[in-house]
Design a binder for this molecule. Structure first.
Ligand SMILES: Cc1cc2nc3c(=O)[nH]c(=O)nc-3n(C[C@H](O)[C@H](O)[C@H](O)COP(=O)(O)OP(=O)(O)OC[C@H]3O[C@@H](n4cnc5c(N)ncnc54)[C@H](O)[C@@H]3O)c2cc1C
Length: 377
């Protein structure tokens, strides 16, 4: 099957790209959007599901709802990518593209952390968050570890949020005094580009008696002894482990020859790969920005504008600026915001906005506006 624009992956990047092209070109957009699952789930919804604040069904956005002129959604699993020929094989057949956009996100490598697959307690996949939702009510005393197994990982504030929300969850159940919480993270501060955000988080940890173990990652778990082994050999016993697995590009991308050091290198201004008419956007690419939906979306906008400029025979539009805003949940209904800029200066910078009622409303708008734009509801 031949497509004008073939987009692999319907996450933040793929959905935003397909939406912009459909809005601009209508029936002439010529987009085929391929994804293996039948529904989209916002990353932050995994925390809500794990802590039982919403049900899994409430946060699933079925792709069947997408009705966009010029966009054909196919539920297929990509099994091979030939970037030279822009040929893609799936479990249903093969696709040839004039323009290929790889937006397959980052996958999890549980085997990279011995013991993690056996313990099975990670909250970064939707299935993992649902499993932990059923485990959490059984935890009433002992030591809980929120542990990161490798960097880079998606949404750098998310492990800090998980530790703070765990504090609330245990307090609400009246068992907080019988439990201790440690956060293990391979950074020196919770959000390195923003000292103010990090200071606010460290203060929140200290106020709530959460231990912050800086500059370490969980290297392995020993399920027989319930012990997490850190990369310096330190052993931390646990009664509950909430893990962030090591990330990597999906296997089909690694096998395609497009990846270098685990991800797809791109020109960070244009998102072009080294292969003509092949782009990579979002978590699957090495751009020099964090792995987060807002950055995937921003990269998709740049590619969409470039494709529109090409269709309209205009010059190259603005290049990618690597800016994005992430909301940070402190617990107790408090939400702050960090605005980060990764590419315009000599080093990344971040500005912190204190938690406020306006930011709570803004987060709601963040999800609702995307749901409306991408899914029409
Ligand atoms: C707990 C948690 C909290 C988060 N909170 C936030 C937040 O508050 N703000 C924020 O901006 N980001 C947040 N994120 C990060 C955000 O979810 C990701 O960075 C974002 O989804 C990346 O977008 P993407 O389009 O690059 O990839 P994805 O959204 O991961 O999309 C990739 C798509 O490709 C599909 N796919 C993969 N392999 C195949 C294949 N072989 N065949 C077909 N389809 C395939 C996948 O099913 C997926 O739908 C959070 C993540 C987590 C885990």
């Amino acid at each position: 099957m031949r497509s004008r624009i073939l987009v692999l992956g319907a996450g933040f990047g793929g959905l935003e790209l397909a939406t912009i092209l459909s809005d601009a070109l209508g029936e002439h957009a010529g987009v085929t959007l391929i994804n293996d699952s039948d529904a989209f789930v916002f990353g932050y919804s995994k925390l809500d599901v794990m802590f039982g604040r919403v049900t899994a069904d409430e946060v699933r956005l079925p792709y069947a709802a997408i009705e966009k002129p010029g966009v054909r959604f196919l539920r297929e699993t990509v099994t091979a990518i030939d970037p030279e020929a822009r040929m893609v094989t799936t479990d249903q057949g093969s696709h040839e593209a004039e323009i290929l956009v790889v937006a397959l996100g980052a996958d999890y490598d549980l085997d990279a952390t011995p013991g993690l697959a056996t313990v099975g307690s990670e909250f970064y996949s939707f299935a993992g968050a649902q499993r932990l939702r059923d485990v959490l009510p059984t935890f009433t005393s002992g030591h809980a570890i929120v542990g990161v197994c490798g960097a880079p990982f998606k949404c750098p504030p998310a492990p800090s949020e998980a530790a703070l929300l765990l504090h609330d969850y245990l307090s609400e159940r009246g068992v907080r005094d019988d439990c201790s919480i440690s956060l293990v993270i391979p950074f020196q501060t919770p959000v390195p580009p923003s000292p103010d955000t990090s200071a606010a988080l460290l203060e929140a940890f200290s106020d709530r008696g959460i231990e912050f173990v800086a500059g370490r990652r969980v290297a392995s778990l020993d399920p027989a002894r319930n012990v997490a082994v850190l990369d310096d050999g330190t052993e931390l016993p646990y009664d509950l482990f909430l893990g962030v697995p090591k990330h990597r590009a999906p296997a089909v991308v690694l096998e395609s020859g497009m990846a270098v050091d685990g991800y797809v290198p791109v020109d960070s201004r244009t998102l072009e790969t080294g292969f003509p008419n092949v782009y990579a956007v979002g978590d699957v690419a090495t751009v020099g920005v964090p792995k987060a939906g807002v950055f995937s979306e921003g990269a998709a906008r740049v590619v969409a504008n470039a494709l529109l400029a090409r269709a309209e025979q205009r010059g190259q539009p603005d290049s990618y600026d690597g800016r994005g805003s992430c909301y940070v949940e402190f617990g107790g209904g408090e939400i702050g915001r960090v605005d980060v800029d990764f590419l315009s200066g000599p080093k990344p910078t971040g500005t912190f906005q204190e938690p406020s009622a306006e930011l709570v409303a803004e987060t709601r708008h963040f999800g609702a506006s995307r749901r409306a734009r991408w899914f029409g509801r």
